[in-house]
Design a protein around this ligand. Structure first.
Ligand SMILES: CC(C)(COP(=O)(O)OP(=O)(O)OC[C@H]1O[C@@H](n2cnc3c(N)ncnc32)[C@H](O)[C@@H]1OP(=O)(O)O)[C@@H](O)C(=O)NCCC(=O)NCCS
Length: 199
């Protein structure tokens, strides 16, 4: 059975994962949601006006009342800067499987933050929520996303051809997954190395 915990605060070595707040809107718009380098790899594409970000954050913050809503802002512990988001979605009580999605602002790419946040959420989902399987997909033009999935132990399961359509062009996506049992076996000798604290 899934043990829902909402969106608790999670600390890793360099990051704090926490609930998004409405006053994050301008930063989220400037560094993430309006930036095509970040958003072109996501289904919906960049926000054109801050009102779209405000609407999205309103939707997100309203959902925090539900225990089964898991959407974190990724904040740098040292500076307090919000640099990205990560969420568990399509959480299915029948299979106890879910998917993970994430983004990191362009200024902070290739410094290990994406992997650190993803590892923390995989750890949290398997050890604290008792999720059975986590899956994710990425557009094959976006290899960094596949790379961080592999780094946390996800396996490439195949390619879904023409899964998305961007600017009238179809794109193939790689699909990745990891089972709770294989994750726990993989990390058997090193339990909870990635999480400092879950509040
Ligand atoms: C995908 C994303 C979250 C990665 O975040 P990040 O903080 O840069 O990730 P990390 O620094 O932990 O790791 C990036 C890895 O990708 C590798 N990488 C970067 N660009 C690459 C490329 N063009 N080809 C292959 N690997 C690449 C890096 O070398 C690094 O691997 P390494 O540690 O083995 O060297 C970030 O690029 C992002 O937000 N992209 C836009 C949004 C997005 O794609 N979201 C996911 C949708 S599926």
């Amino acid at each position: 059975m899934i043990i829902y915990k909402g969106t608790p605060m999670i600390e890793t070595q360099r990051l704090v994962l926490r609930k998004i707040e409405m006053n994050d809107a301008s930063r989220m718009f400037d560094y993430i949601f309006s930036d095509h380098r970040v958003m072109d790899n996501l289904i919906k594409g960049p926000h054109k006006a801050i009102s779209e970000t405000i609407d999205r954050l309103t939707e997100i913050t309203n959902h925090y009342v539900s225990e089964n809503f898991c959407y974190w802002g990724i904040e740098m512990k040292e500076s307090g800067e919000l640099i990205g988001t990560i969420d568990l979605y399509n959480i299915d009580d029948g299979t106890e499987n879910c998917e993970v999605g994430y983004n990191i602002g362009f200024n902070w790419w290739n410094q290990g933050y994406g992997s650190e946040a993803l590892h923390a959420i995989v750890e949290f989902a398997f050890r604290f929520m008792n999720i059975h399987k986590i899956s994710a997909t990425h557009n094959i033009d976006n290899p960094a996303s596949g790379r961080i999935m592999l780094k946390v132990g996800m396996k490439r399961e195949g390619i879904i051809r023409h899964m998305i359509r961007k600017n009238n062009q179809y794109k193939d996506c790689g699909i990745y997954g990891i089972l709770q049992q294989e994750y726990l076996e993989m990390n058997f000798l090193n339990p909870i190395p990635i999480l400092n604290v879950v509040h």
